[in-house]
Design a protein around this ligand. Structure first.
Ligand code: NI
Length: 178
């Protein structure tokens, strides 16, 4: 296992539409997931998409297990590896919420997301995943899966008065590097 370099906004590899995974439960896929988990843990991330480490595949990991120190106010999300995902909004309700991204370090912005979604896909062994979620869980899965279509959260911001640097927006909070 090895911590990988996280690409930053401006890198064209973050703008690609990623390719579907075609072989499950392979050594390469397990290695990729292990690298991504180690990389995400090293920066206390809530999620990471394969394109963020330069891998052109439709694979995301997310989850907080216990309470994430970066997101102490949110309910835990089960640790998940989600491959070839589809997301279907349930209803028309949107919610606004603050997001950050390991590829846009030091910043936060308010992003509208579907309030409730169903998502499907496969785990690393190729078993089906089918969940209906809302709240922070729904936000995180939408953010991560956007990475698979070359979308970064600033592209979804509607009100740029609520986009800026962490230490300016939230001066009372401890400094974070992402
Ligand atoms: Ni991100």
């Amino acid at each position: 296992m090895a911590i990988q370099t996280i690409l930053k906004m401006g890198d064209p590899r973050l703008l690609r539409v990623a390719q579907p995974v075609t072989a499950f439960d392979t050594l390469e896929l397990h290695q990729l997931v292990a690298d991504m988990e180690e990389t995400m843990a090293s920066v206390n991330g809530a999620g990471l998409a394969a394109p963020q480490i330069g891998v052109d595949l439709r694979l995301v990991i997310f989850g907080t297990g216990q309470i994430n120190p970066r997101y102490p106010q949110y309910e835990p999300i089960p640790k998940t590896v989600l491959i070839n995902p589809t997301i279907t909004p349930l209803g028309d309700d949107e919610e606004e919420g603050w997001e950050g991204c390991l590829s846009v370090p030091g910043m936060r912005g308010v992003v509208p997301r579907w309030a409730r979604v169903r998502y499907t896909g496969f785990c690393v062994r190729g078993e089906a995943i089918d969940r209906t979620v809302d709240g922070f869980h729904a936000r995180v899965v939408q953010h991560e899966c956007d990475h698979l279509d070359g979308k970064l959260y600033p592209m979804r911001i509607r009100d740029f008065s609520r986009f800026g640097f962490n230490e300016v927006l939230f001066p009372g909070l401890p400094a974070e590097d992402d």
